[in-house]
Write a protein that binds this ligand. Structure first.
Ligand SMILES: C[S@@+](CC[C@H](N)C(=O)[O-])C[C@H]1O[C@@H](n2cnc3c(N)ncnc32)[C@H](O)[C@@H]1O
Length: 286
């Protein structure tokens, strides 16, 4: 799985860098444009709020629900739950020091966020709900996938989530899906750039792998794929990135701009050509 150094490559360049092209709350995962309280919308900001509202409902969260967000990023979902939805106890873990600094900077009430590898996590309470937004992709490395060791890693992730929760708990999960392999050299090289340069240690799962590994511990209640929402989100990200090209080149170097421009453009192609998709799941504890 991605270790701390791998995660630093993906998330620790600079919080101000990500602030330039993500939405204002810094969600680093797909928004939802056509469903949710603000749908339909063309705004990335509102699409991100739709996504968080949908996952809130998938996890059956109420103000007195104790929630854990596994892989909580810069805290967008923690803030949404604690501030916008009045949830009184929200916990989050991330493996990125920079992300944790941003969460602390926000001083969000009722939020307890720590830098912790999920494999070392000792939960202070039993949770009533879990949310995990595009973190499962970090759990098994490409080498583990090639060696056939990945399913045990995914099952272990769902087993831990089961162990950390109360009977009756719900789990709102979002993952990128690996669908098909590109047939031309440029797309193959661009996909390798995303996997090995931008997100070292991570690998997207197939839908069947998520279903099979989750189902020993969690009943799958609902699954919705949202390929076009992620295409639109990446398209917006690359537009915003390019709007800040001069500043990014000056402050972070040409290599950073070029790597991110290539990766985000390749994501648009990958969603467009069905190489990858996105899924959201509502799971109930067995
Ligand atoms: C693509 S980001 C998504 C962040 C956030 N959920 C969002 O929607 O913006 C993946 C997150 O998983 C976290 N992560 C990766 N590996 C981890 C691990 N082993 N333990 C805990 N968190 C991890 C990263 O630190 C990052 O916050």
């Amino acid at each position: 799985m991605s270790n701390k150094a791998d995660v630093a490559v993906s998330y620790d360049i600079s919080n101000d860098f990500f602030r330039l092209w993500l939405d204002e709350r810094m969600n680093y995962t797909s928004g939802v444009y056509d469903e949710g309280p603000h749908a339909p919308t063309d705004s990335l900001e509102l699409a991100q709020m739709n996504k968080l509202a949908i996952l809130h409902d998938y996890a059956h969260i109420r103000p007195d629900t104790r929630v854990l967000d596994i892989g909580c990023g810069w805290g967008a979902n923690l803030q949404y739950l604690a501030v916008d939805r009045g949830v009184r106890e929200v916990h989050g873990i991330t493996l990125s020091d920079a992300q944790h600094q941003e969460i602390v900077r926000r001083r969000i009430p009722n939020v307890n966020a720590t830098v912790c590898d999920y494999r070392d996590y000792q939960p202070p309470v039993k949770f009533d709900a879990i949310v995990s937004i595009c973190m499962l992709e970090h759990t098994a490395t490409p080498a583990q996938v090639r060696a056939g060791e990945h399913m045990a890693v995914y099952r272990d992730y769902f087993r831990r989530a089961h162990e950390w929760t109360q009977p009756g708990a719900h789990f709102a999960l979002q993952t990128i899906l690996r669908n098909s392999i590109p047939r031309n050299r440029k797309d193959i090289e661009d996909m390798a750039h995303i996997t090995y340069t931008m997100f070292p240690g991570g690998f997207a799962l197939r839908l069947a792998e998520v279903m099979e590994s989750a189902s020993r511990y969690w009943e799958v209640i609902e699954v919705k794929t949202r390929r076009l929402d992620y295409l639109r989100t990446c398209d917006e990200w690359v537009t915003r990135l390019r709007r800040h090209e001069t500043e990014i080149r000056e402050r972070y170097g040409d290599r950073v701009f070029e790597d991110y421009d290539r990766y985000l453009s390749a994501c648009v192609t990958a969603f467009d050509k069905h190489y990858v998709s996105l899924a959201q799941y509502s799971l109930r504890r067995l």
